[in-house]
Design a protein around this ligand. Sequence first.
Ligand code: NAP
Length: 245
Amino acid sequence: MKRILIIGATSAIAEHCARIWAARGDALHLVARNEQHVQVIASDLKVRGASEVTTYCTDLNGTDKHEELLDSADDALKGIDIVLIAHGTLSNQKSCELSVKETLAEIQTNALSTIGLLTLIANRFEAKKSGSICVISSVAGDRGRASNYVYGSAKAMVTTFTSGLRQRLHKSNVSVVTVKPGFVDTPMTSEFKKGFLWAKPYAVSASIVKAIDKNKSELYAPAFWLVLIAVVKFIPEQIFRSISL
Ligand SMILES: NC(=O)c1ccc[n+]([C@@H]2O[C@H](COP(=O)([O-])OP(=O)(O)OC[C@H]3O[C@@H](n4cnc5c(N)ncnc54)[C@H](OP(=O)(O)O)[C@@H]3O)[C@@H](O)[C@H]2O)c1
């Protein structure tokens, strides 16, 4: 039985991970900002077999609450084995271009709040010399594109931060998994027309849980994004600037 803290637990991808863990009988502590939604998910996870489900509500941009959030998870679970960080917002690129405030708010949600949490979690796991940390970044962080570079640059920060953290914590027996999903059909992308590149959240979540189990470093989900992104990264900047992707 694992003791799992899920931050951003109302995310569709996180919920599907939680369903897999619940079916295994794991103990889950769910952190989200929407009290009603997280209670519905918690009840469902109990029915699905979770040995225990507890909740904590907060807006994750309130970094001054992060220490309290982790203390309460530690108390509820009596120790933490795995942390999944899943919250995020898909930035409106066009309105960010017109607003410094909105751009910085998006960076706060998609990068800084995660980095704040990671700093605290890393120190706790390093001290006890065990634990797995999994963070959902994005393929959007692998190269800046005109259509979503505010969101992309926030995710790039998370990807780079987790790469360094993974190296630092390796010698302390703490694993760090960076997940880079492509297009996933979740509430975040509800307004997009779906095509053949789109994946379902349950499929992405199954590969996330497997990557944590196998102590992987980086996961492209689905895996074909590894090839697509390699091609995108290969295009010289001089050519890249004139194409629209
Ligand atoms: N869907 C995709 O195509 C895709 C692709 C690449 C990466 N990702 C990443 O995957 C992760 C999960 O997203 P998803 O696809 O599962 O979308 P989702 O269902 O819309 O989940 C996003 C979650 O983040 C929560 N959230 C946002 N800001 C928050 C805040 N300040 N405090 C607390 N919670 C906050 C939202 O809570 P509320 O419900 O309360 O708003 C929501 O539960 C995100 O990090 C996203 O960037 C998604």
